[in-house]
Design a protein around this ligand. Structure first.
Ligand SMILES: [Fe+2]
Length: 146
């Protein structure tokens, strides 16, 4: 089911249910790169459309260690800026970042569409470990626990 995002310029599609397997499958890579044992929290994919803008922001606790994966695009390279550093991803690339600590954003998108998957984790030994599964009872379900 498509869920409208509160910022209509940001996206046309926002889906969670079919990205959990990617998040779980890629966890070991993020553990290797981060040097930490991780717990998966939640994931989703998004289709950005022309003129989309990702405002500068930091993420919530469930996004302590995150990856944004470039799935596909028909437009020019659309960099993400993380803590002021420009990162250009090609199809199949991802960037791993500390979403809760480092401000990140994208300027206006000039292509027609770009698909990104977002994979989020927390440090299994850290202060956010209780956000495992984003406090849900089942993968792919909305948050149910507080
Ligand atoms: Fe974010």
């Amino acid at each position: 089911m498509a869920v409208p995002h509160p910022n209509p310029k940001l996206t046309t599609e926002w889906k969670k249910n079919n990205s959990s397997s990617l998040m779980l499958k890629k966890k070991s890579i993020l553990e290797k790169e981060s040097g930490k044992k991780l717990l998966a929290t939640y994931s989703y994919w998004r289709c950005y459309t022309k003129y989309a803008v990702l405002p500068k922001h930091k993420d919530r606790e469930s996004c302590e260690i995150s990856a944004t994966v470039h799935i596909n695009s028909n437009g020019p390279s659309w960099p993400i800026f993380i803590n002021g550093n420009e990162v250009n991803l090609k199809k199949g690339d991802c960037v791993i970042y500390l979403g809760g600590k480092l401000a990140h954003w994208r300027d206006e998108f000039k292509g027609d569409h770009q698909f990104q998957a977002f994979l989020h984790y927390v440090d299994a030994d850290g202060k956010n470990k209780d956000y495992y599964m984003d406090k849900r009872n089942f993968w792919g379900q909305p948050r149910t626990r507080t």
